[in-house]
Design a protein around this ligand. Sequence first.
Ligand code: F6R
Length: 242
Amino acid sequence: MDIRVLKTKADIAKACGEIFIEEINKKPDIVLGLATGATPLPTYEYLIDAYKNGRVSFKEVTSFNLDEYCDLARENENSYYSYMLNNFFNHVDMDKSRINIPDGNAKDAEKECAAYDKMIEDMGGIDIQLLGIGTNGHIGFNEPSDEFTDATFKVKLSDSTIKSNSIYFPDGDMPRYALTMGIGSIMKAKKIILIATGAAKIDAVDKMVNGEVSPACPASILQNHDDVIIFLDEDAAAKINK
Ligand code: F6R
């Protein structure tokens, strides 16, 4: 694991954004795996600025998002579809037909998941996968469990995830299920960049980096990937620095 501890979220957004810009300029039809949540927002802002300054174009880029809630209208402001449009896609020149996000309202979730994996495979796989990490060590919505998951699947969200994300659903209507790429799907990405910022992530980061590789901390599997960059701010890195 290539672990880079930087001072501020802005420093991470710049360092991470510059990797994306370089890779996209090298391969304009790159396939990106994208994440939602609070963590990647500064990186998306950095990329939007770079686009506005003519340093990068997303015209030929294809994207696959990690996950989407089930039983939440796509138009709901808290869907990951809305998140991606509002925080990134609407501000750059992405071709909307190349944006892929699992359909959490699909009647047949199993079919939707299999079709999602097939689309990724047909595109030649993900070149760079961006990840955040849950306080419980989840990546995507792969929650701690007894075994590592494989392909895209429908998951029941853990109490910890419901607690963390219910701040976005003050009316108490936080979805209980989601579709998510599996650990197997994530590990197939050629390059992985994970960002963790803030003190709430200290223990998850410590287990990911120093713990045994175990589905009890799904992110620990990244120790087995041969091209992973972990960007941490000093708060999130507090335990691993000791
Ligand atoms: C988001 C995702 C999740 C988040 C994680 C951290 O698409 O798959 O794994 O990356 O829950 O969320 P934040 O960044 O909000 O702390």
